[in-house]
Design a protein around this ligand. Structure first.
Ligand code: HEM
Length: 498
């Protein structure tokens, strides 16, 4: 049985909740000016934990560091280099990573407003109930002092649970197995489930392979070492990663006018919403296009809204005639796990497990979505407008978008895989010449073909294919951070060894 997560007072609150009642928020992108003052701030900062959420919180503060920030604080190479290579290299630290993630053309790091050529050192996230953000900002600014950091503030806005295109956001999330009840690797995994081991989101716990993800553990010497817990898989060493998660931050500008005008041009004002819903793969209300299943899937429910909106797979829609194969949510989480088509009875399962059957040609691209889940914690920014207004000739062009934030324990297997192998892939699920209709950069794959198509399979005949989709989403900044456990944060903020 995997380890249960008992140290909620050491885990930052964002791992447990998106803090939906704290509707005011802003994110500080910080460069360390004075390391000693930055350390003093990181030692004293009132970080809100997952345990604090058991009682009503009116504000919350979360803190994450980049690899640059860890180096600027004077952490030894043994610690910084113990984190994953993609975290150490950074979101924009390698042109081939940028190409794989689709950060090319207008989304290339060279055009970003922050995060390139150097990632920020520290991310401070402030959350408050309506009317409370000004006081929290003042309190945290006073604590940090003027000299610790150079700060750029990224504001957010409350769009009432909708993202700027108008869709209800934050509907589908993996359920973290806090109790350690899930034993991965059994035949049950052949069915899609949303209950995922804690080690997929927190370092220091077993992941979906039943293993501990690599992370910095150090010999128990040095002044601040007692701050750190012992590593569960190697009790002789102290664990810097335990109770921490990698935090991927991408600031995404959304061209909401172009999105809705394109939908109206292609489908007429009456059909625009239906086309937009096909591109996203859900209704604007958050309801699924697929019918919900009668039996609850593991990790879905028990709340009625969760059962109504998340208790579905794509198993009965292999050709995408209900939810298009290339729709955003189908690319971002293809759901139906190792065995497309579901489990079947014991005999048919055994036949398929033993390989005595012709494999579904799509098996490799949709396999095992449980290894590629992310917890999304983004916040919108800017102004939006309603779809009907945006479809008009003289529509406004609001500056808005999503501060996309996700948490995971393995950036390359989770966020980067979802982004590059599914969302940006021009060959996802047997499709050709198209990327995610919402997120695609539309930059042609060299020497091959455009990526600006979108196929709408039809039960009555061949798929209707749209072409020349404009780019609706542009990356304008971003970085990889680590959201440490509170003890690890205080350890990182302690005086470095001479
Ligand atoms: C401006 C950019 C984006 C917009 C407007 C957007 C919009 C949406 C919407 C409306 C949903 C359905 C509601 C929900 O389940 O929350 C959704 C789901 C999702 N999105 Fe995005 N998204 C964006 C960027 C991204 C990125 C960059 C990723 C990851 C690479 C991503 C991954 C997901 C995932 C994993 C789901 C849940 C799929 C499921 O389990 O059904 N999204 N998104």
């Amino acid at each position: 049985m995997p380890l249960a997560v008992t140290e909620k007072e050491d885990i930052q609150a964002l791992v447990r909740s998106g803090l939906p009642t704290l509707t005011e928020a802003e994110f500080w992108i910080c460069r360390i000016r004075n390391a000693a003052m930055a350390r003093a701030f990181l030692t004293a900062a009132p970080v809100t934990t997952a345990a604090d959420l058991s009682v009503h919180q009116t504000t919350a503060v979360q803190i994450a560091l980049s690899a640059e920030g860890m180096r600027a604080l004077g952490l030894p190479a043994e610690v910084v280099g113990g984190f994953s290579p993609e975290f150490v290299a950074g979101l924009a630290g390698d042109p081939s990573r940028s190409r794989r993630l689709g950060d090319v053309g207008p989304s290339a790091p060279g055009a970003w407003t922050w995060g390139y050529p150097r990632a920020p050192d520290v991310l401070v996230m402030l959350y408050a109930e309506p009317g409370g953000l000004d006081a929290l900002r003042q309190q945290i600014a006073t604590l940090a002092g003027e000299l610790a950091f150079d700060v750029t503030v990224l504001p957010t806005s409350d769009m009432g649970g909708h993202e700027p295109f108008g869709f209800v956001d934050g509907v589908s999330q993996p359920a973290i197995d806090w109790g350690g009840t899930r034993s991965p690797g059994t035949p049950d995994d052949l069915e899609y489930g949303s209950l995922i081991t804690a080690g997929e989101f927190l370092l220091g716990y077993e992941n979906e392979y039943g293993r501990f993800t690599g992370r910095p553990t150090i010999a128990p010497t040095g002044a601040a070492i007692d701050l750190l817990p012992a590593a569960a898989d190697d009790p002789q060493r102290r664990d810097v990663g335990r109770n921490g998660a990698y935090l991927v931050f991408r600031q995404l500008r959304q061209d909401v006018r172009s999105f809705w005008r394109f939908a109206a041009e292609q489908a007429g004002p009456a059909g625009a919403q239906g086309l937009a819903e096909a591109m996203v793969g859900r209704k604007i209300s958050g309801d699924p296009l697929e019918p919900v299943l009668a039996r609850p899937l593991p990790g879905v429910g028990p709340a009625p809204a969760s059962l109504e909106q998340n208790n579905f797979t794509f198993g009965a829609d292999p050709d995408g005639t209900v939810c298009p194969l290339g729709a955003h949510i189908r690319r971002a989480n293809p759901r139906t796990a190792d065995m497309p088509g579901g489990r079947g009875d014991i005999l048919s399962r055994a036949v398929r497990m033993l390989g005595w059957t012709k494999e579904d040609p799509r098996a490799d691209v949709v396999a095992a979505s449980r290894f590629h889940r992310i917890v999304r914690r983004g916040r919108e920014y800017g102004e939006s407008a309603d779809p009907a207004t945006l479809m008009q000739e003289d529509a406004p062009d609001p500056l808005c978008g999503l501060n996309f934030i996700c948490l995971n324990a393995n950036i390359s297997r989770q966020f980067e895989f979802v982004q590059s192998a599914w969302v940006m892939s021009a060959k996802f699920d047997g499709l050709t010449g198209e990327q995610d209709p919402v997120l695609g950069n539309r930059v042609p794959v060299p020497q091959t073909e455009p990526t600006s198509g979108f196929s709408l399979p039809s039960p009555a005949g061949p798929a209707r294919r749209l072409g020349a989709l404009p780019q609706f989403v542009t990356v304008i900044g971003g970085a990889y951070f680590f959201l440490p456990g509170v003890r690890a944060l205080r350890f990182m903020a302690s005086e470095p060894a001479a």
